[in-house]
Design a protein around this ligand. Structure first.
Ligand code: 13P
Length: 340
């Protein structure tokens, strides 16, 4: 079942000093971000944006894997070089988002479950032939009045586990992403409690579905107070709360934890990842790295604005974020680097 290949891919993805770049926004999500900046919401604009990212010189120094979207994995640079080839030539492992989105969970107002299991075996086989070596599936958990429910946690964990088992059968490394959202006014403690319950449920289902823990990557949220919580926490406090939560719920056999950024500012995401590595270096059984989308892309997108004249400046901004997160993954980032 492709086990040696899975181990090789995991090692490449989790190599020292590097992390993952999520560029797998669905078309509606990408369009929403474009619309805010007045960028046309077209196939060509999305392609041009992804080309800008993938042609950042030296990206492979900091990024070990990039998560693509169905539209993107089929696209090419304007000279005809496929994005998959660009990545592979830069030493970056190509990956693919394979869920088809979070939909309302019947009978559970305010909660969602992720779809995409139907036909997944065939889609994985096609993506593998196109060069993908890992995949991603995101589940969304909302904290609110009396939610998340057990029904929601279990439905999402079950889908994640069935997806992960199918990936390993196909020789692809599954990124398992249960995201507890930052939306709301919940406290740091509430986020820790719900994140722990979510992760315990996910690992119980991964075990039931015979997923090889050594052959997967976990992509969790950091443990943070809700965006609207009146009491926000310091960088060190959130770092400690996150690692303590993971230590209780994530088995040591898992090789890597690659955080999502979830709507934090780019600088805070780097600072918090840095604090985790600095304070917990060699005290965790897994690698702690990044798999950010907004915290790498957004500052560069704000610079690009869809204008050819801004490409160079936007690429510099993206390079800087990739480098900053690579430093954070080693515990060597400092906010003073933002001004240099
Ligand atoms: P953010 O880092 O913007 O949260 O995105 C990560 C991701 O892959 C969402 O599924």
């Amino acid at each position: 079942m492709g086990k040696p290949e899975i181990n090789t891919t995991v090692q490449a993805m989790m190599q020292a000093g590097k992390g993952l770049l999520a560029m797998d926004e669905s078309n509606p999500t990408c369009n929403k971000r474009f619309a805010k900046l007045g960028i046309p919401q077209t196939v060509e604009a999305r392609r041009a944006w992804r080309e800008l990212i993938l042609t950042v010189e030296g990206l492979g120094e900091f990024i070990s894997g990039a998560i693509l979207y169905d539209e993107t994995i089929r696209q090419s640079k304007n000279d005809g070089t496929s994005f998959v080839k660009l990545l592979t030539d830069a030493g970056i492992v190509p990956g693919i988002k394979v869920d088809t989105g979070a939909k309302d969970l019947a009978g559970h107002p305010g909660e969602k479950t992720t779809e995409g299991l139907d036909g997944l075996r065939e889609r994985l086989s096609e993506y593998r032939q196109m060069g993908a070596r890992f995949a991603k599936w995101r589940a969304v958990i909302t904290i609110g009045e009396a939610i998340p429910s057990r029904g929601c946690l279990e439905a999402n964990a079950h889908a994640l586990a069935r997806y992960a088992a199918l990936c390993q059968e196909a020789g692809l490394v599954p990124i398992v992403e249960p995201e507890v959202l930052m939306d709301g006014n919940h406290t740091l403690e509430q986020c820790a409690e719900i994140t722990e319950a979510t992760l315990r449920t996910v690992f119980s289902q991964l075990y039931r579905q015979q997923v090889l823990l050594e052959g997967m990557i976990l992509k969790p949220n950091m443990v943070l107070p809700g965006r609207d919580c009146p009491t926000q926490a310091g960088v060190e406090e959130t770092a400690d709360a996150t690692v303590s939560c993971l230590l209780r719920a994530v088995p040591a056999a898992v090789p890597g934890v690659a955080f999502l950024s979830g709507g934090q500012s780019a600088e805070l995401a780097s600072a918090r990842l840095n604090a985790m590595n600095l304070r917990w270096w060699s005290k965790t059984p897994w690698v702690l790295t990044f798999s950010f989308s907004r915290a790498i892309q957004q500052p560069a997108l704000d610079t690009w604005k869809g204008e050819e004249a801004n490409i160079d400046a936007a690429q510099k901004v993206l390079y800087h974020r990739a480098r900053s997160n690579s430093m954070a993954r080693r515990g060597e980032y400092s906010p003073s680097m933002e001004n240099s």
